[in-house]
Design a protein around this ligand. Structure first.
Ligand SMILES: CC(C)(COP(=O)(O)OP(=O)(O)OC[C@H]1O[C@@H](n2cnc3c(N)ncnc32)[C@H](O)[C@@H]1OP(=O)(O)O)[C@@H](O)C(=O)NCCC(=O)NCCS
Length: 340
């Protein structure tokens, strides 16, 4: 019998084999439990590489380890499913700090959620998600692909704890190519101090914008894929900030590196500032034809187009998991937190 301990009722191994058209072992018990995040990074990365099909993120050992070691108000939480010694499922909660008009909030972003293709449909995904939610001592932000089964699994995991799963927004991934920026806005490399000062800009009620500590912002620059911090200025006044990373993808054509705008924070002149970030990111990348942005929720749609960005076919649904009585969970409308 294939069982996901802590998962509740599970199908018999024969049903799982049938559902997945794969050879599942006849007599196995899958253990689901918390593990040390850093020590299991390579195993998690290997699992993620076989769980996703291109086009997808390139889950190098270094990239996954770097995320799992991210500093924050709490350490990362990692949960692994194992069939004997074989890792067959993984999920992580990564700490992030957010600014709101009502102060600051520490959240987790749920990421690196995957079950080995041969083991799907046996409620291992649910067991992993339920364990992670049970371990969470703060709200959890999740990004799922529209229509994917992960959103249903995560909603049930929230329900199992008596928490809610609150859909927040559909986020389109945008791509911007070369083309003139905006003459009136200057974007330049920022020090860690300048960047953190710039993202402390004014917030509307319901906004929850990424606010790293100095240590966390400095850690961004150690991203093994390559990253830089940038600020936008107009007539000497700061207008916005962004984290620019070299995202690593696997496509049908092979490995591709694409500069990406993350944690885009714009106070005013949205189109002009976003356009200037586009031009800066392309120059920083050393000749990439496009820059992508997976979360421009905080930028008006008209300004995104005006800034030279077009919608791609890729999108994510953002949702919040947390206690129904927590105002952050019930009142947040928008976040610019990076899609991990
Ligand atoms: C999402 C994922 C982690 C779920 O893992 P899992 O162990 O298969 O999940 P569960 O068995 O707990 O639940 C899956 C749900 O989909 C259904 N399902 C599972 N396998 C299925 C299949 N082959 N065909 C149709 N439905 C299937 C299950 O019945 C269950 O729904 P139900 O509880 O309403 O019946 C796994 O599919 C995966 O690794 N996908 C690729 C990576 C990914 O998308 N990660 C999520 C990023 S947020």
């Amino acid at each position: 019998m294939l069982t996901a301990r802590e998962a509740g009722p599970v199908p018999a191994a024969a049903d799982v084999r049938q559902a997945n058209h794969a050879q599942a072992p006849a007599e196995v018990a899958v253990d689901v439990g918390q593990v040390d995040a850093g020590a299991h990074a390579a195993a998690a990365a290997a699992l993620l590489r076989c769980a996703w099909t291109p086009p997808c993120v390139r889950y190098s050992d270094d990239y996954v380890r770097w995320h799992l070691s991210h500093p924050g108000a709490a350490p990362a939480v990692a949960v692994m499913a194992r069939d004997g010694n074989r890792p067959v499922g993984f999920v992580a909660l990564l700490p992030r700090g957010l600014a709101r008009d009502a102060g600051t909030t520490s959240v987790y972003v749920l990421s690196f959620f995957a079950v080995h293709p041969e083991y799907r449909g046996a409620r291992i995904g649910f067991a992993l998600a339920a364990r992670a939610v049970a371990l969470a001592d703060r709200p959890v932000i999740v990004y799922t692909q529209p229509g994917s089964r992960s959103a249903r699994v995560l909603a049930r995991a929230a329900e199992a704890r008596g928490w809610i799963y609150r859909p927040l927004a559909g986020l389109r991934t945008y791509a911007g190519g070369s083309g003139p920026g905006h003459a009136g806005v200057a974007v330049r490399h920022a020090t860690v101090e300048e960047y953190v000062a710039a993202v402390k800009g004014p917030l509307a009620p319901g906004d929850a914008w990424r606010l790293p500590t100095l240590e966390e912002a400095a850690y961004s620059l150690t991203d093994p894929r390559g990253a830089c911090l940038a600020v936008a200025e107009r007539e000497g006044a700061t207008r916005g900030a962004a984290l620019i990373v070299r995202s690593q993808l696997v496509t049908a054509a092979g490995n591709e590196d694409v500069p990406a705008l993350d944690s885009v924070h714009i106070d005013a002149d949205h189109a002009a500032v976003l356009s200037a970030f586009r031009v800066f990111a392309l120059a920083w990348s050393g000749g990439a034809p496009v820059v992508t942005a997976a979360n421009l929720h905080a930028v008006p749609a008209g300004a995104i187009r005006e800034a030279g960005f077009r919608a791609t076919r890729s999108s994510f649904d953002a949702a919040l998991i947390g206690e129904p009585s927590d105002p952050f969970v019930s009142e947040t409308r928008s976040t610019n937190l990076e899609v991990v």
